[in-house]
Design a protein around this ligand. Sequence first.
Ligand code: ING
Length: 320
Amino acid sequence: MARIVNVALGQLGPIQRSDTREQVVKRLCALMREAHALGADLIVYPELALTTFFPRWYIEDEAEINSYFETSMPNAATQPLFDLARELGVGFYLGYAELAQEGGGLVRYNTSILVDKAGRIVDKYHKVHVPGHFEHEPWRRFQHLEKRYFKPGHRFGVVQAFGGVFGMALCNDRRWAETYRVLGLQGVEMVLIGYNTPVHNAPAPEHDDLSLFHNRLSMQAGAYQNGTWVAGVAKAGVEEGVDSIGGSCLIAPSGEVVAACTTKGDEVALARCDLDFCAVYKKTTFNFDLHRQPRAYGMIVERKGETLAADGSPWQAPAH
Ligand code: ING
């Protein structure tokens, strides 16, 4: 018996600073209607899908920073999206900036939620791998101040939804093998990932031509090595003068791309995903219980950065 989920990629083109949440939600609803017409059970939207990618600016005014954050979800601006989800019976993944109450104070997270076909939030995730930098770095064409504006999360979790095991990640998380493995160890069958990825990476401009290749490489590897489906969805195009990649795609546990967007604007692409297909990999090549050797992996958790020997040579394990 196949467990089919029809998954739509809900790619967004640019959101300019002056675009209101109401205007953006209208675009998200239009994508959901199109996805529903194609038979979608679920639509995946990008990271920070309600506003322009504000970490490109060094902002000093706290109120201005907070203007990009949601203090509740749903809220007046996003309620129409939740209502439409329930009306059409289409679930969704949505990335947004969250101003959360924590320990008596306010905390800022780069957040995603998973909403079921009844319009209920069934899971929430706080981005773990927060990239970029903390201080203003004027040498850059544009800033990438996620480390300034967001507190990192500390867990990758899964939830039973849409007939299977679903996990969430955000943007830079997709570049790290640990993201997929921690979800894989929880039996994840589909990983949902929204992203905002500038074409230009200031610290390493030589990577710019490879940005779409690295996008796919990271997600295809994560999918195959953990026997899971992966959906990656972009906020693409030129936002306030900064060009971000498109490349939204849906990847099978085989690592094959089964659906992809071809523009850098608002676009829907859809794939029929059989969650039972994961077993073809989880029960064989990537049967973790049969093949993994955790006693050899200790460094992955014990160390943050690479450790070189005193003379700078690659670290040698002590002779047994
Ligand atoms: N954006 C980028 C990403 O990881 C980045 C940051 C770009 C890091 C290119 C390295 C290279 O896709 C977010 N929002 O994480």
